[in-house]
Design a protein around this ligand. Structure first.
Ligand code: GTP
Ligand code: MG
Length: 272
């Protein structure tokens, strides 16, 4: 960054938090801004507003944070605040599958309320999978896949322990400054890319997800139940190349590869 810019006025950016009640939006923000964690649940009433100042590559940035209430009764209050937002924290609770499923509804609400829905493409979206210190209902891979297929960034956090929090906010600030200075970055979606920015592809993530979560062995390989021996072998070879841990850096590749080997031998031994 050049010295002219560093000497200029601070940049002003606006961040909002969205997500179901009790997922930890306020705690995630408090953990970053105040370095503390509140155990007692104090529901946000309408909106909480705060300011924090940060430096991004020599540039002073004034971050206005609007922490939204998750409860539906506050819809009328929060719908005023969606416009002209630079950063969006979409928070869910990994111990509560409903809160993960609700993310799409939060996006829809935002889209409906924005004067100009195309402004959505100027925002940096971060999916925040919170409460990773507890026993989860939603695995990392599932959350990551959802986020990345939408072109959003994905972070796992615990407001309780602080894990992932600083990394997430610093990335958000960096990306917002990047968009303000260089214009919106193209969205990485399944429609416009076959490869993701982090060095692995949607195809790899989907294959890992299938291997880990499909119940039926044929379906784990992406095949119809009762596929032929030849089809099993072909699918095995294709997936082995796709997911070999020496080649794939997609999270979960190693486990998925082990499952792949096991599934193949199970199918070839019992099904033919
Ligand atoms: P609303 O304001 O009602 O929309 O809720 P919110 O999303 O802001 O939730 P809040 O931050 O108030 O946290 C809800 C509850 O979850 C509180 O009791 C917090 O102590 C707890 N909590 C938040 N984050 C974490 C976390 O990372 N781990 C654990 N174990 N508990 C958390
Ligand atoms: Mg709150």
């Amino acid at each position: 960054m050049d010295s002219d810019k560093s000497a200029s006025q601070p940049l002003r950016v606006k961040v909002i938090s969205m997500g179901n009640p009790k997922v930890g939006k306020s705690c995630v923000i408090k953990r970053y801004c105040e370095k503390r964690f509140i155990t007692k649940y104090l529901a946000t009433i309408g909106i909480d507003y705060g300011v924090t100042k940060v430096t991004v590559q020599d540039r002073e940035v004034r971050v206005n944070i609007f922490d939204m209430a998750g409860h539906p009764i506050f819809y009328q209050v929060r719908n005023e605040f969606y416009n002209e937002t630079n950063g969006i924290l979409l928070v869910y609770d990994v111990t509560d599958r409903n809160s993960f499923g609700a993310l799409q509804e939060w996006l829809d609400e935002m889209k409906n309320e924005m004067g100009n829905p195309s402004d959505m493409s100027n925002g940096v979206f971060i999916v925040c999978a919170n409460k990773i210190d507890k026993k989860r209902e939603v695995e990392e891979l599932e959350g990551r896949l959802w986020a990345e297929t939408k072109g959003f960034l994905y972070f796992e956090t615990s407001a309780q322990s602080g894990q992932g929090i600083t990394d997430m906010f610093e990335t958000l600030f960096r990306e917002m400054v990047n968009v303000l200075e260089n214009g919106p970055q193209p969205l990485v979606t399944p429609e416009n890319t076959s490869g993701l920015s982090m060095g692995y592809t949607k195809e790899q993530i989907e294959a890992i997800h299938r291997l880990k979560y499909c119940k039926n062995s044929f379906e784990k390989l992406g095949l119809k139940v009762g596929a032929t021996r030849d089809e099993v072998n072909k699918a095995y070879r294709r997936l082995a190349v796709l997911l070999h841990p020496d080649k794939s850096i997609a999270p979960g590749s190693e486990d998925a590869f082990k499952i792949l080997v096991k599934v193949r031998s199970t199918l070839l031994n019992i099904a033919f």
